[in-house]
Design a binder for this molecule. Structure first.
Ligand code: NAP
Length: 626
């Protein structure tokens, strides 16, 4: 779009816009009383909404040139937040929401406690993994001037976005909420960016923020061993040619990822199968599915995302579903960002910032809406909560519509667990693909593979050329397969095997000083309220808060006390007893958020603002320096 767009294109921009975010951005810039009265947007009746759109168009066409981005005072922010959300922001949530809004340059990140950069005196941090988490931590350390190296086992950055190249891969949350808040307004081409664009974004971040010169590719961590005498970690990597190299570092940040270890079920007879078995993490570049008889096993986010494209290419597709899931549509999925929208994001001060709040505000009370029973509502005969029932009704209807009312499919696709107790799955034409003549839904259990296909419990044999095993990941294999030996050669994997994977605030384990695990056990509160990259920034900020104290105060190590670790995990288990994904059999079963011992594994039962405080103000009673 040109510098001075026509009134028609401004109107289109407003019509495509996130109106709640735009209204507040314009109000913040103009103080226009009428805009102030026309809200909150979610409950506006059609006439007043139309008037709001008109007023936005008028102001954008006449006053935009005089507006600039201004960081609001706390008092103003409270009032703007109330205007957009329709309710006051509790004091406990205010700082977190302020960070989410990102008027600061580097939200969530830490600075030197003394305010001035310290001499780092050769202090060196090894970051393991060049995915989103590793790069976020690298940018944080770069800001502080702490030396680091990113060791990446592959030959490019991207992590899960490098590993996955299956058909139609893309983010299933808005691209705009997938961006770091220290790089404001990336020019995404699609509302839900495709894999290569996401990978390109991460490379852009690494280049822009000076991370690239610190990256060592094809360095696969084999072992990390803490030396009790030197108080340093010795890290050993396997290189591409099979040789190994070692070095000493002061601290390790493992950003190896939650989805690092693919799960390939040990189906009987699989080794005798004459066709090809593919896990989506190892998609062969030359895999030709044209005319082939293909099976897709699994209906998690991956299996659901790739099916429609696979079915278009294949001659016949069998879709193996063991547990039906709630699969939901997303507005603007598959849509390009319109030039008018791009212009609005680029031109309207504060619009990008307010979109960060409005795009996640439906998640603010995620646990209360979906995961904790409302006894009053249940006493009236409802299940879980009113919101849970509403979403169940909406998604049930969605299944009916998308399957064209086919009762044979509907009967076998209706989940028996409550919505949102598992990781939400986004529809990419999955239900519609099941209605194709050349696609068959198979819900009988897989008994075994044969030389030419798969046999199911009903005795049927499915002839196959290619099996796509979208069977997920070994989530509990944190840090795997690298070995970690802490103080007194304590073995982390042995300990976790015995106890179950546990950490303090998801990141620290006693006897493993100066080791931080990102996306470690229980590192994401269930209560929602921030988008994924904000967690990465929060975790990086915590690491930095610990390490700056080590350096500034001349310490050598930072570590969680055993008492604090145990008390934290005791409370975690206790608090999680109110969350239905742990207590309700249908929600718990085969849910990777819960491990085989029935313990909440990926999430933590905390309010997000409480977790934010734990990482932003590390507890001096829990974390000790030596
Ligand atoms: P997943 O959610 O763990 O799903 C695995 C699927 O395989 C399930 O349907 C599971 O059935 C099935 N399965 C596993 N073992 C089986 C067996 N022995 N026999 C039959 N079926 C079996 O894994 P995923 O789909 O790869 O997704 C993992 C995570 O990756 C997602 O939750 C999401 O966080 C992330 N992801 C993100 C995106 C995105 O943003 N674009 C895309 C893909 C993935 P049961 O349910 O019965 O166990």
């Amino acid at each position: 779009m040109t510098e001075s767009p026509s009134i028609e294109s401004i109107r289109r921009a407003v019509e495509y816009a996130d109106l709640a975010a735009l209204r507040i951005a314009i109000f913040q810039a103009s103080g226009d009383a009428e805009i102030g009265r026309l809200g909150p947007v979610a409950s506006l009746e059609p006439e007043r909404r139309a008037r709001l759109i008109d007023r936005c168009v008028e102001l954008l066409s006449t006053e935009l040139g005089s507006w600039s981005l201004r960081t609001p005072s706390d008092e103003e922010l409270h009032s703007l937040l109330e205007m957009v959300l329709g309710v006051p922001t509790p004091e406990g949530d205010f700082e977190l929401r302020n960070q989410v809004l990102s008027f600061d340059e580097f939200p969530f990140f830490a600075d030197w406690p003394s305010g001035t950069p310290s001499e780092t005196d050769g202090f060196h941090v090894a970051i393991i993994g060049g995915g989103f988490n590793g790069v976020a931590t690298a940018v944080q350390l770069e800001q502080l001037g702490i030396d680091y190296t990113v060791f990446e086992r592959r030959s490019e950055l991207g992590g899960t976005w490098s590993i996955h190249t299956y058909p139609d891969i893309r983010v299933d949350t808005l691209s705009a909420s997938y961006e770091f808040s220290f790089e404001k307004n990336y020019k995404w081409t699609e509302y839900f960016a495709r894999g290569p664009e996401v990978k390109g974004y991460l490379r852009h971040i690494a280049e822009k923020f000076g991370v690239m010169p610190h990256v060592r590719f094809e360095h696969d961590l084999v072992e990390a061993r803490f030396d009790d005498d030197t108080q340093l970690w010795n890290v050993t990597f396997r290189l591409a040619d099979g040789s190994t190299t070692s070095r000493s570092v002061n601290a390790i940040v493992s950003a190896a990822g939650l989805f690092a270890n693919p799960k390939q079920p040990d189906f009987p007879g699989i080794e005798a199968f004459g066709g090809t078995v593919v896990h989506p993490t190892r998609w062969p570049a030359d895999l030709d599915l044209t005319g082939k008889r293909v099976a897709v096993i699994g209906n998690g986010s991956t299996g659901v995302q790739l099916l429609a494209r696979v079915a278009e290419m294949a001659g016949h597709t069998d879709v193996f579903v063991r547990t039906p899931q709630w699969i939901s549509p997303r507005d603007k999925y598959g849509t390009h960002v319109e030039p008018e929208t791009r212009w609005l994001i680029d031109s309207m001060p504060g619009y990008w910032n307010w979109c960060r709040i409005t795009s996640i505000m439906h998640l603010f009370n995620f646990h209360r809406d979906f995961l904790i029973r409302d006894p009053e509502f249940e006493a009236t005969g409802g299940r879980i909560t009113q919101t849970s029932e509403n979403v169940r009704a909406f998604l049930t209807e969605y299944i009916r519509t998308e399957t064209g009312g086919r009762q044979d499919l509907i009967d076998r696709l209706m989940p028996d667990h409550a919505p949102m107790v598992r990781r939400p799955i986004v529809d990419n034409g999955w239900y519609r693909a099941l209605t194709r003549d050349d696609v068959e839904l198979v819900t009988e259990d897989i008994v075994r593979f044969t030389e030419s296909g798969i046999e199911t419990a009903d005795g049927a044999h499915h002839e196959l050329d290619v099996v796509i095993s979208a069977t997920g990941f070994d989530i509990v294999k944190y840090l795997w397969p690298a070995e970690y030996f802490g103080r007194g050669a304590a073995n982390l994997h042995d300990r976790w095997k015995e106890e179950t994977p546990m950490a303090y605030v998801g990141m620290m384990v006693p006897d493993f000083p100066n080791l931080f695990i990102l996306y470690g056990p229980n590192s994401q509160p269930v209560s929602g309220g921030v988008a994924l990259p904000a967690w990465y920034q929060m975790w990086a900020g915590f690491v930095a808060r610990c390490l700056t104290q080590v350096i500034e105060n001349g310490h050598r190590t930072v570590e969680v006390t055993r008492e604090a670790f145990e008390e934290y995990n005791r409370r975690l288990v206790e608090e999680s007893q109110q969350i239905i994904m742990v207590t309700e059999e249908t929600s718990k079963r085969k849910n990777y958020y819960v491990n085989e011992r029935g313990r909440m594994q990926v999430n933590a039962p905390w309010e997000t603002c409480d977790y934010y405080r734990m990482t932003s103000y590390p507890d001096p009673e829990a974390i000790v320096f030596d």
